[in-house]
Design a protein around this ligand. Structure first.
Ligand SMILES: Nc1ncnc2c1ncn2[C@@H]1O[C@H](COP(=O)(O)OP(=O)(O)OP(=O)(O)O)[C@@H](O)[C@H]1O
Length: 234
């Protein structure tokens, strides 16, 4: 086993001064390299908050988040920014592509920040657009792409830095069912062929049905984890 994410007794409390909301409440979660995991639960159960804590976009009130054994909650802000850039790919429900840049420039942007040389950037961009099936759309701006194509480009952007894993917060929420299914096909292919680790939140039952592992949150707590079932069958 090769644990890539280890959330250890993590809690996040909002409104501490008035009526506290335990958005994430003593969560333990291990994700191994190569997993394809859906985080599910009712609205307000803490999915986004937990993804933000695991991705180092927010700090927990207690507990630790280890990424490859490094406790990211102990990193300074600057070190955390650098760590995120190199190690974590993010996909959001609203695509978040930069509108004035082409799809290619959006994907390349993170590699420019990482000062990756042009030759390597070109090769990586070419490979990624091939993987997402959009070689012919590299020079289109986001407004010229469908929602599904924009989200595919967002996945390519998340993968540009060769991250340890990809976190996706409801990646199919703004897609019609065909585009959602295509996006899932692509994510599953990347998981199978490149062993990219995905952890994504979703409300969509068709997406949940295609996950290999499903972790359910209710009121900030993990109430079910299908990995526990598969382990008990071994
Ligand atoms: N910035 C904030 N300030 C105060 N409360 C917050 C904040 N962010 C989230 N919460 C509260 O924390 C709880 C968990 O919210 P979160 O957005 O993580 O849930 P979610 O499962 O992602 O919901 P959804 O499926 O609707 O996106 C909710 O009760 C929410 O109201």
């Amino acid at each position: 086993m090769n644990t890539v994410i280890d959330a250890h007794d993590v809690s996040k409390v909002y409104n501490k001064e008035t009526i506290p909301v335990y958005a994430v409440n003593n969560v333990h979660m291990h994700i191994e390299r190569g997993e394809f995991t859906a985080l599910v639960g009712p609205s307000g159960s803490g999915k986004t908050t937990l993804l933000n804590l695991i991705g180092g976009l927010d700090k927990p009130d207690s507990g630790s988040v280890f990424i490859n054994s490094l406790d990211i909650t102990k990193l300074s802000s600057n070190k955390l920014i650098d760590f995120r850039l190199k190690n974590i790919g993010f996909v959001f429900q609203s695509f978040n592509l930069i509108p004035v840049l082409t799809a290619r420039e959006n994907v390349e942007f993170i590699m420019l920040l990482q000062r990756i040389k042009k030759k390597e950037r070109d090769a990586r961009v070419k490979q990624l657009f091939k993987q997402i099936g959009m070689d012919d759309k590299m020079n289109a701006r986001p407004a010229q792409l469908s929602g599904g194509q924009q989200q595919r480009a967002a996945v390519a952007r998340a993968l540009a830095s060769k991250p340890q894993f990809v976190l996706a917060d409801e990646p199919t929420a703004n897609l019609d069912s065909k585009a959602a299914s295509n996006l899932l096909d692509m994510m599953i292919a990347l998981n199978n062929e490149e062993h990219i680790t995905f952890l994504f939140s979703t409300h969509d039952q068709r997406v949940i049905d295609r996950a290999r592992r499903v972790i359910t949150l209710v009121d900030g707590r993990v109430v079910a984890d299908t990995a526990a079932v598969s382990i008990s069958h071994k």
